[in-house]
Design a binder for this molecule. Structure first.
Ligand code: FES
Length: 102
């Protein structure tokens, strides 16, 4: 029988709209050129894939489409979505999403 489960180290899962990120042409990171998902991963020093302590997953448009911001969902508390403004402080964003520094 094939294996039906794999282990993951993720303690948190965050969904980030990839289309919002494209519209901002990056918008985050030291030079403002990285997408929010990439900048957050780097900022937190996350490993790759399921070996990371948290999953930051880029997803399709979620229908909010804020101007100058990126829609983000904390999968642990999906009742309220975050609209992260371009260039927002990544420590603050991580804190809001419950992503401690790795
Ligand atoms: S483009 Fe990001 S929510 Fe629609």
């Amino acid at each position: 029988m094939s294996k039906l489960r794999v282990h993951s180290n993720w303690e948190h899962t965050v969904l980030v709209c990839t289309k919002c990120s494209k519209k901002l042409d990056g918008g985050f990171g030291p030079k403002g050129k990285q997408s929010l998902a990439k900048a957050l991963r780097k900022h937190l020093g996350l490993k790759k894939g399921r070996k990371a302590e948290a999953g930051i997953v880029e997803v399709k448009c979620m229908g909010v489409c804020p101007r100058g911001a990126v829609t983000v969902i904390d999968a642990g508390g999906p009742g309220e979505w975050l609209l992260v403004p371009k260039g927002a402080d990544l420590d603050g964003v991580a804190e809001e999403l419950g992503l401690g520094r790795g």
